[in-house]
Design a protein around this ligand. Structure first.
Ligand code: SAH
Length: 325
């Protein structure tokens, strides 16, 4: 095999199976590309997700919406070892979920670096948000909020249903002048949308330093000032010392992480603490069958469901304090 080629392993899966495959790819082939100079080999890059089956308004077409999970290996003995581990892992997952045969094929390295761009085009979300890759020139309608993104390695291109559900919820709930907190900001997409809807100040956090960097770059790309009064992006999770501060909070992370954030598993502060009296918390990244688990955690902190959106298997919930008007 040509040394500048990579091996692509791709699998078309849905919902929980997709999550399990992503986890397997990240575990076996995770992290950044690590060059092993002694052996002249490298591997890494984790899992890449591509969703297809949208119409040109960005809505999923019934029966055609699909998630393809991919990972890339360098040729050589290390790559082959990782490939064997992945194939074993997929065999085990095949006992738990319906799992198609992985498609293994060589691709040119530069194709890998740009592969995700092919599927990433201007996309309308909600009523007036037009998400667009930084390199495209979209044609906005009057009143559109154009959000330019170059996601880098960070999640949040708008291709994922969980992001789209959150953007639609922000359009419904964010009022000009609301303070907004975005936990797990990824590419910064939700904070940028909230700022364009008039929220201020906007605070964003992510535990991943690459996400923080990508989010800051995307903020500048959208001409949003990085300052405590406008948009503040920090590495971390739930900010401490901000009790009752935010009118709207969004957290698009997985169900298990959300429950942990409510119950103080990772942080001393609960997800409910920074919420202003009467404030609204948008929870996303939740597979349908896990929504009850997240709602019970919210209820333990006095928060009740006031809104729900769904796309494919993914649910976004809006919760508020019981006694709020
Ligand atoms: N908000 C973006 C990205 C969501 S992906 C969107 O809606 O598209 C989830 C992000 O949460 C990832 O960037 C991940 O690094 C971050 N994350 C995971 N666990 C977290 C935690 N405990 N606290 C803060 N961020 C977390």
């Amino acid at each position: 095999m040509n040394p500048d080629e990579l091996v692509e392993i791709a699998l078309e899966v849905d919902g929980e199976a997709a999550e399990a495959v992503v986890e397997l790819f990240n575990r076996c082939n995770g992290g950044d590309w690590v060059e092993d100079s002694a052996a002249g080999e490298a591997s890494g890059g984790g899992a890449v997700l591509e969703s297809t089956g949208y119409d040109n308004l960005g809505d999923p077409v019934a029966g055609e919406y699909k998630t393809v999970v991919k990972t890339y290996l360098k040729p050589g003995p290390r790559g082959r070892r990782i490939q064997r581990k992945i194939e074993e892992g997929l065999w085990h997952l095949g006992l738990l979920y319906p799992m198609p045969e992985p498609v293994v094929r060589p691709v040119r390295e530069e194709d890998w670096a740009h592969a995700w761009k092919r599927h990433y085009m201007p996309m309308r979300i909600g009523r007036r948000v037009l998400l667009t890759p930084a390199w495209e020139k979209p044609e906005p309608l009057p009143g559109d909020l154009v959000v330019r993104l170059e996601p880098g390695m960070a999640f949040g291109t708008g291709l994922h249903p969980t992001t789209r559900l959150c953007v639609a919820a922000l359009e419904e709930y964010v009022q000009p002048g609301d303070s907004f907190l975005d936990i797990g900001t990824g590419s910064g997409v939700l904070s940028i949308v909230a700022a364009k809807l008039g929220a201020a100040p906007v605070w964003a956090t992510d535990i991943d330093p690459l996400a923080v960097r990508a989010a800051r770059e995307n903020a500048s790309r959208n001409e949003i000032a990085l300052s405590p009064e406008v948009l503040n992006i920090e590495q971390g999770s739930i900010p401490a010392g901000q009790a009752g501060r935010f009118q709207v909070i969004a957290a698009n992370i997985l169900a298990e992480v959300l429950v942990g954030l409510f119950d103080g598993t990772y942080e001393t502060v609960s997800l409910a603490e920074p919420l202003a009296p009467g404030g609204l918390l948008i929870l996303s990244g939740i597979l349908e069958e896990k929504s009850e688990m997240v709602l019970s955690a919210a209820a333990r902190h006095g928060l009740q469901e006031v809104g729900r959106r769904q796309e494919a298997d993914w649910v976004a919930l809006a919760v508020r304090r019981e006694n709020a008007d």
